[in-house]
Write a protein that binds this ligand. Structure first.
Ligand SMILES: Nc1ncnc2c1ncn2[C@@H]1O[C@H](COP(=O)(O)OP(=O)(O)O)[C@@H](O)[C@H]1O
Ligand SMILES: [Mg+2]
Length: 616
């Protein structure tokens, strides 16, 4: 890594003691400045241990660490550089706090229990979790919350849930993600000794993507920097145009109101040369952002040579779209010298990756899914597939594995002890598990009842399996198992829920196949590792792509309802689209299907907003 920094970048990198805020446009070298600044600090004698760098995504943190290691070698590992959540996790563990993390599905189940205990029926777990998380992001405690909403019947109820949720968590030594931050904050606030220790340790704090910090993060960071005197610095960079995390309570105001939060003079440096993108791509970004009211007007100056125009591709449907994208990728790799990993395909929500994943896989194009789990491995999808496997051929090894996976989906209170008893029994009799399940003698009444129910449910489906298609079978399963409700833990599952969207995608995928066996064969042709190829094309949501850059970017499914997302706030959605476009260095292709999910859809309004800078 060897870049000739421009004057302003140098100023930001070499800034010494005090407070500094770097305001910038995308691709202007903010992240580069963070890395160079850390290098510069270390090279000028600052101990690596006293540097704390905070980033927003894990992928950004590891990309930066790699660059640091290139230059600093071993001492790079002594710099603290991570996301704020993993920093807090480490902090609490170091301070001897014993706890387990409560996240994802576990958190929903946990909340469900709390709601049951309080006999609350009209607030769904997901909603309660969101409300409480938002409160915590704003550093609002249970007591604050109750005081704040006195007289408001609904919010008072949420306040009670908040209170009970905290008590129950404490009993089981659990912390949710917001607690990591909140606990760290309170520990620093309440324990002078600890605070002093850390203030002594970390003398130089840097925050990348500061626009996405929420108020809790801001006051937490303030605890670290409050006592800073000489030979210490607090340095942040950000771009309010890229603020896309309003759902976690961050606000565009963080940068605009920096002074009010930190109450100290800060040096401001503006970086306004874009080194990443071609002028054509920068122009598309600029045109798009012109439509937002809330922004600081900034021109995107570029230094890169002119490149290809931004291409808009109209497609018949999502299959056609995926195929066209795949063809373009072929062209980029085989004729234009791009490597697969130079190319990213971005979309708004995870479920949108499914068709793309299938087409890439069928055509042996290596790829990597940024969310980690490939579509057919997702919990809600895998559950349905295991039912299909069992129904398709109950007398098989596949079905044995599937049976064990679905026996408690939804919960039938089947214990591990019973399952191992069942396995022993099946081995003794030389039976597959399902047949063993039908014949084994069960003594515990409720278990007997539940297992009988399962067999009674499955038998007719097994008989029908040869006569109905996989898509229809999935429909039947979802309805009769009340599967959507089980997956979401919501009384009335909402169509907006990503897990429901994934199930819809699964059904859609199945419509291409006449029988269950061939659909399963298709599914099994994904070997699980496929979406994992480090050298492959990157498939990622826009949110996960933040801070990264790619020589070629495809933004797919640019249709109304997906981009902008249907319930989203328009200005925020536009910033999300802006983040997507501004990841691109040389090639940017935007595509949209005319038919999606079998229904006609409108092209995204964002396409016409950037129209004069594109071709197609
Ligand atoms: N002074 C410079 N000269 C040439 N390239 C630069 C310079 N500063 C940054 N870059 C390059 O521009 C691209 C964007 O930089 P990055 O730090 O990721 O921007 P930001 O964080 O502001 O979006 C990177 O490829 C980086 O190497
Ligand atoms: Mg960056």
């Amino acid at each position: 890594m060897n870049i000739a920094l421009n004057e302003r970048q140098l100023e930001a990198v070499e800034f010494r003691d005090g407070c500094c805020i770097v305001h910038a446009i995308p691709g202007s070298g903010k992240t580069t400045a963070v890395v160079y600044r850390i290098i510069n600090l270390v090279k000028t004698g600052v101990p690596p241990e006293s540097i704390l760098g905070l980033t927003f995504t894990r992928s950004a943190a590891s990309a930066m660490k790699e660059k640091l290691a290139d230059v600093l070698g071993e001492s790079a590992s002594r710099v603290s550089l991570s996301t704020i959540h993993s920093f807090c996790l480490g902090f609490l563990k170091r301070e001897g706090k014993a706890f387990d993390l409560l996240t994802g599905k576990d958190q929903i189940f946990f909340m469900k229990k709390v709601l049951k205990q309080l006999k609350v029926k009209d607030i769904v777990p997901g909603m309660a979790i969101r409300d409480i998380s938002l409160a915590k992001s704003n550093a609002i405690t249970v007591n604050d919350f109750k005081a704040l909403y006195e007289g408001d019947a609904v919010m008072t109820k949420v306040g009670e849930i908040y209170s009970a949720y905290e008590i129950e968590k404490e009993k089981e030594l659990l912390l949710d993600l917001d607690d990591l931050l909140f606990m760290t904050y309170r520990l620093l606030k309440e324990d002078e000794e600890i605070k002093e220790k850390y203030q002594q340790t970390f003398r130089h704090i840097l925050v990348d993507e500061f626009q996405d910090t929420n108020p809790l993060m801001q006051i937490l960071i303030r605890e670290f920097v409050e006592g800073f005197g000489s030979e210490s610095s607090f340095w942040v960079c950000g771009d309010e145009m890229q603020s896309i995390f309003s759902f976690n309570g961050s606000s565009v105001g963080a940068i605009l109101h920096f002074n009010r939060i930190y109450d100290r003079p800060a040096k401001r440096i503006v970086l306004d040369i874009n080194y990443r993108s071609s002028p054509e791509i920068a122009k598309a970004c600029e045109n798009l952002m012109r439509h937002n009211v809330k922004k600081i007007d900034k021109e995107l100056r570029t230094v890169k040579d002119h490149g290809d125009k931004v291409l808009v591709i109209e497609c018949e449907d999502e299959k056609d779209e995926a195929t066209q994208v795949m063809n373009e990728i072929h062209d980029l790799v085989n004729r234009k010298g791009f490597a697969y990993k130079d190319i990213a395909i971005l979309y708004r929500a995870n479920f949108q990756a499914r068709v793309m994943e299938e087409v890439l896989s069928e055509n042996d194009i290596p790829y990597r899914i940024e969310s980690g789990t490939s579509f057919f491995e997702k919990y809600e999808v895998k559950g349905m597939l295991d039912y299909l496997r069992l129904i398709n051929n109950p007398e098989s090894d596949d079905a044995d594995i599937a049976l064990k996976s679905i026996v408690n989906i939804p919960n039938r209170y089947v214990s591990r002890a019973f399952l191992s008893e069942l396995e022993t029994f099946s081995m003794q009799k030389g039976l597959h598990l399902y047949q063993a399940l039908r014949t084994i003698n069960i003594k515990v009444p409720f278990l007997k009842y539940n297992i009988k129910g399962l067999v009674k449910f499955l038998n007719p489906l097994i008989k029908k399996a040869n006569n109905i298609g996989p898509s229809e079978m999935l429909k039947v399963l979802r309805i009769s198992l009340d599967y959507d409700q089980f997956i979401t833990q919501d009384e009335i599952p909402s169509a907006d829920d990503m897990r429901i969207a994934n199930l819809e995608q699964l059904e859609l995928a199945a419509t291409d196949f006449d029988d269950i066996a061939s659909f399963l064969e298709h599914v099994d042709s994904f070997d699980g590792d496929e979406g994992n190829n480090e050298e492959g094309v990157v498939l990622s949501t826009v949110h996960k792509s933040k801070g990264l850059e790619y020589p070629a970017v495809f933004v797919i499914n640019m249709v109304a309802g997906l981009m902008p997302y249907k319930n989203g706030v328009l200005e925020e959605e536009r910033r999300i689209c802006f983040v997507a476009l501004s990841r691109a260095m040389r090639v940017l292709h935007l595509s949209y299907p005319k038919i999606y999910f079998g229904k006609p859809v409108m092209p995204s309004q964002f396409l016409s907003e950037i129209r004069d800078s594109v071709q197609g």
